[in-house]
Design a protein. Structure first.
Length: 718
């Protein structure tokens, strides 16, 4: 059971999870410091940290700078300030006084609330920390309240401008060195893992695009530079937010390091009026031992236990017809593809872009969410019935946040798009972003999706978002809803998106949703809480995918990661990769098929059916088990292992990029097995000793040629 203990005589709070503790101390100056983040300490041990010598005097600055958990701007503190305000009279510094602390226990954990009040101005600040049972992940958020009441003459108090209101500032302990792990990317090349020595100064990871982004993902990990996949301490944090965000890793010249994460980006301002309250999204902090592998497994467990709505549900094998047909639609062709998919063992047929309005190409129709009358003269019903008749579920692509200027929706509501009155409206993929921050737009969007779901037997939505914000400004061009100095469009847009998704999910509990934003542009903990899987990338080239999936897996579990087998040569890279390799790569997540099945030979179709069946046999291990990245994609031979939580089965996916004459296929040492047990490979009849698999390894017999791969499924026999 997680524990949060208050030691009032020392002004200490000790938050203890399964294997770690986080210790907070309130100084005599009323400033909240982080005293410890690492292995477990009991309250008495934590209190002994107060006997340690204070940091050395540093002239011209606060020697504790960089150790504040509540990092409010002010005084001689020049490190990154997660909380920055402007009061109406221009005052910028915050002076907070401690008011109270509250610890509440609930079934699944405990929560600590530390409340502070501004000494002069009407602002209350709460720092909240939540620890769930069975986890070391700490969920931290801020709650800000403007306490101002009208004065004696009835004149309203002035609003407070929030420059930054970050969810958390995670203070790292003193390490020999500091190395930052992050993912960088672009469209078609998301989540590329990058590790680098953390430079001095502030390193900013961010999205200014209004969406989580392909370019960066809202998490970071820090180690001392020596951690490996298997060993070492790793400190990580992530932000649960799907709009613009900022994550600052600061290494101060005195070698003190913090990770601060929050929504919005500089300079986006919020205005807090009298009586108003603002609650930031959650930032999650997680300390682990056991290297990057253990860190990822702890994040996966956190996501499965506390983020996903249906963590125990197996995701179906899907077929998506996008790459096969693009905008070239007929019901007959979709039905024919559905027939082929069903014969392969596919469980969910998804019809992608091109079914609605005048959407016969990508320059028209977005916004008009009714079936194209020429293509679907009798609506979607006949196709859905056909798909259901084949025993598959039916899924549909939507992009509800967007509009093409060439659409009935835009012609009726040209003022509904994000824009600034005297700026051009930059189109991207011929489309504009609907201003979902407006209540009327959010209502319309909910209504359009509700009609689709209520009027059709849809089981699954692929919810796409294909362009970032530009020329984003007021909520309403006429100014009626716009408060100067309040950029709340960036925030209200996302809150309204969440509200629409939450409402649709509550009203249609059987519908599952895939998050997509031109591939993996909207992957984060908050969207993962409202959808069931994420399309990791439009890039379906299996060789590139190994890298994308490796980066994806650092924080997010395989259960969230959509992956398709498509045609070869790949339409994006032109690379030819054998069918087995394409399958084995896609099997490492949620297997889907996305190729033009009409062009696959009989031999390919029959192999595909075997592969789908093989995936289903190991699916519970991949989707619900634990993951060990045995060798990363930077190696000629790379591999991932998935093990059932009860240890009864394990599955290994191994990939050899290029053959070298004379070099034998290596043996692959496995993880997470019982050395005393024996494991049967039913495909070969061979029985392996756990001790041998763990030490010498699993002998691989890979097929000839480049891009050789295998799936080995072992069951414990004793
Ligand atoms: C985006 C998605 C693709 C596909 C197209 C359709 O690019 O990422 O998977 O749905 O839109 O236009």
């Amino acid at each position: 059971m997680p524990q949060i203990v208050h030691v009032p005589e020392h002004r200490l709070w000790v938050l203890t999870g399964v294997e770690s503790s986080y210790v907070l101390h309130l100084g005599r100056d009323e400033l909240l410091r982080s005293l410890h983040w690492g292995p477990r300490l009991d309250p008495e041990q934590a209190a002994s940290l107060l006997e340690f010598p204070p940091p050395r005097h540093r002239s011209c600055e606060d020697p504790y700078d960089g150790t504040y958990d509540l990092s409010a701007a002010g005084g001689l503190r020049y490190g990154h300030a997660g909380l920055q305000v402007r009061f109406a009279d221009g005052t910028r510094d915050l002076e907070l006084a401690f008011v109270s602390s509250r610890i509440s226990q609930y079934d699944a954990g405990a929560e600590l609330t530390l409340e502070f009040a501004e000494l002069h101005y009407p602002l209350a600040v709460e720092a909240r920390y939540r620890l769930h049972r069975g986890s070391d992940a700490i969920e931290r958020r801020l709650v800000l309240r403007h306490l101002g009441a009208p004065d004696a003459r009835g004149i309203a108090a002035e609003p407070i401008t929030l420059v930054r209101a970050e969810s958390a500032t995670w203070v790292l302990p003193r390490l020999e060195d500091y190395r930052l792990s992050q993912v960088r990317g672009q469209w078609n090349a998301e989540t590329q893992l990058h590790r680098t020595v953390l430079p001095y100064g502030e390193t900013l990871l961010a999205s200014r695009r209004g969406v989580t982004s392909h370019q960066a993902n809202p998490w970071a990990m820090i180690d001392d530079g020596t951690a490996t996949e298997e060993s070492g301490s790793v400190y990580g944090c992530a932000l649960a937010w799907s709009g613009s965000w900022q994550l600052t890793a600061e290494r101060m010249p005195a070698d003190v390091v913090t990770l601060s994460a929050g929504y919005g980006h500089t300079p986006i301002l919020r205005r807090l009026g009298p009586g108003e309250r603002l609650e930031t999204p959650v930032s999650v902090g997680l300390y682990t031992e056991g290297g990057f592998g253990a860190a990822s497994r702890a994040w996966h467990d956190y996501v499965r236990a506390h983020v996903l709505a249906h963590p125990d549900e197996l995701r179906p094998v899907l077929y998506n017809s996008w790459e096969a047909t693009e905008f070239d639609y007929t019901v007959k062709r979709q039905q024919a593809l559905a027939d082929r998919a069903a014969a392969l063992g596919v469980e969910l047929f998804v019809m992608d872009d091109g079914w609605f309005g005048a959407r016969t190409h990508d320059a028209a129709g977005l916004g008009d969410w009714t079936p194209n009358p020429d293509r679907f003269p009798h609506g979607l019903g006949p196709l859905i019935e056909h798909v259901h008749g084949l025993g598959m579920k039916f899924g549909l692509w939507v992009e509800p946040e967007m509009v093409n200027p060439d659409s009935d929706l835009y012609r009726a509501h040209p003022d509904w798009v994000i824009h600034q009155p005297h700026r051009r409206r930059t189109e991207n993929r011929n489309q504009l972003v609907l201003n979902l921050a407006r209540a009327d737009v959010a209502d319309w969007m909910h209504g359009a999706m509700e009609r689709l779901l209520a009027g059709n037997a849809i089981d699954f939505l692929k919810w796409d978002m294909n362009r970032p914000f530009s020329e984003a400004g007021p909520i309403d061009a006429d100014g009626c809803d716009y408060r100067p100095g309040d950029d709340r469009l960036w925030f209200d847009y996302i809150h309204n998106l969440y509200a629409v998704l939450d409402r649709l999910r509550a009203d249609h509990p059987h519908v599952r949703i895939e998050s997509c934003a031109s591939g993996g542009g909207r992957l984060d903990l908050a969207i993962a809480a409202r959808t069931d899987q994420v399309w990791a990338s439009d890039n379906t080239d299996a060789a590139d995918r190994r890298h994308i999936q490796h980066g994806f897996s650092q924080l997010y579990p395989a259960q969230l990661m959509g992956a398709w087998v498509t045609d070869s040569p790949n339409p994006f890279t032109g690379r030819a990769v054998p069918l087995d390799y394409r399958f084995h790569v896609a099997m490492a997540g949620l297997l889907g098929l996305g190729g033009d099945l009409d062009r696959w030979s009989e031999a390919e179709l029959s192999r595909a059916a075997e592969m789908v069946a093989a995936y289903k046999a190991v699916r519970p291990l991949i989707q619900l088990g634990t993951q060990h990245r045995l060798r990363g994609p930077e190696h000629e031979l790379s591999a991932v292992q998935y093990t059932a939580r009860d240890g009864s089965q394990t599955a290994v996916l191994a990939y050899l990029r290029a053959r070298r004459f004379g070099r034998a296929d290596p043996e692959l040492p496995l993880r997470a097995l019982d050395p005393a047990a024996r494991y049967l490979d039913a495909a070969t009849g061979r029985v392996h000793h756990g001790a041998v698999l763990l030490s010498r390894g699993l002998p691989l017999e890979l097929p000839a040629g480049d891009y050789a791969s295998t799936l080995i499924h072992l069951r414990r026999v004793e």
